[in-house]
Design a binder for this molecule. Structure first.
Ligand code: SF4
Ligand code: SF4
Ligand code: SF4
Length: 330
């Protein structure tokens, strides 16, 4: 127990130090005032913000250390991330431009634009670099902690999950991915204006919101993220460039399937469990860990123990989550 507490405090203190150091580096090296408080209180605002964001990261890490807290804390902190993002966006477009990162040059807040945008523009932007770095550092955590849109799917899909795999998931994913890639390419080749491209992107985003409201909520599973969003599909495969994995220890698993109803990402169906690893939609979120009476669901990072692997993953993911709350604005 004592050892547990020590690891918990080390995790929490490490997140505090990393977030504080990372945001300090941003404050000292980026000419533009990207920290919000810096814009309103030029002398001390940024330092106070850095302190509070680092404390926030430490508190989240402290609580998520306990696997039985993960689902609850992830839901709230991810929801907060989305609230901060859209709150700043709304204030920004309502005339308070200081709330916008790009001072008026907006991007469409629809995740599919991470793929469609660069294809349409024939140009890689800041978002592509941020997205790729995140996948390299923490694998699929983009879809469990960092995306402003996915938090809504997670929130609305929090009812009792329907039994059985989401039907036609693979076909739906493939269709929307093809639609976004070829749609963006077609708009480019036809010389469509930004306005037309934005309307097409907006329509795709609105259809996604309808999926969240009418399908995810009913099924108790994140149908939008697992079957509609092409960025989720990209992450399903791109995540393998990151070394973190989740597996089911076949030696101790009793095939009781209690964990199945704890995965909103439809990644713990009986076939997945029997195979020894969650399905391709797994985001390493950790919601399922405490649901297993046998402790069979484990993180893996090279040859490290499952506990150490999990702690390193939490350190990276919670640190990035806290830093992005301070930096992720349009
Ligand atoms: S699947 Fe799409 S909407 Fe869902 S969390 Fe990932 S990027 Fe965001
Ligand atoms: S809850 Fe644990 S023991 Fe039961 S099926 Fe899932 S992994 Fe296996
Ligand atoms: S299998 Fe577990 S870790 Fe993976 S997405 Fe489902 S709940 Fe999260």
């Amino acid at each position: 127990m004592k050892r547990d507490n020590k690891a918990r405090y080390i995790l929490s203190a490490s997140v505090f130090a990393f977030v504080a150091a990372g945001l300090t580096a941003v404050k000292l090296n980026v000419e533009k005032k990207v920290l919000l408080a810096d814009r309103f209180f030029p002398d001390t605002g940024a330092w106070i913000e850095i302190f509070f964001i680092a404390v926030y990261g430490a508190v989240v890490a402290y609580n998520m250390y306990d696997p039985s807290n993960v689902a609850k804390w992830r839901k709230y902190t991810w929801g907060l991330f989305s609230f901060v993002f859209f709150g700043q966006l709304l204030l920004g477009i309502s005339g308070f431009e200081d709330f916008l990162m790009t001072a008026g040059k907006l991007h469409l807040p629809v995740p599919a634009m991470i793929i469609g945008g660069p294809i349409y523009r024939y140009q890689i932007g800041f978002m592509t670099i941020l997205f790729t770095s995140t996948v390299i550092l923490s694998g699929p955590a983009w879809c469990s902690h960092f995306c402003y849109f996915g938090a809504l799917d997670n929130l609305l899909a929090s009812g009792k999950p329907e039994r059985g795999r989401i039907k036609f998931k693979t076909q739906l994913k493939a269709t929307t991915a093809v639609l976004v890639v070829f749609g963006a390419l077609l708009l480019r080749l036809l010389g469509a204006s930004y306005k037309v491209a934005a309307i097409a992107g907006g329509a795709f985003g609105i259809a996604g919101i309808l999926v969240i409201i009418f399908v995810s909520r009913k099924k108790g599973k994140m149908v939008h993220c697992t079957s509609y969003c092409p960025v989720g599909t990209l992450i399903n495969y791109a995540r393998f460039i990151n070394p973190f994995r989740m597996y089911i220890d076949k030696n101790s698993c009793t095939l009781c399937y209690a964990c199945t109803s704890h995965c909103r990402y439809d990644a713990l169906n009986p076939e997945d469990i029997k195979s020894g690893s969650p399905g391709i939609n797994c985001t390493l979120c950790g919601d399922c860990i405490s649901s297993c009476h046998a402790g069979s669901i484990k993180y893996k990072l090279f040859k490290l123990s499952p506990e150490t692997s999990r702690l390193i993953w939490l350190f990276i993911t919670v640190s990035l989550h806290a830093m992005f709350i301070a930096l992720a604005r349009l």
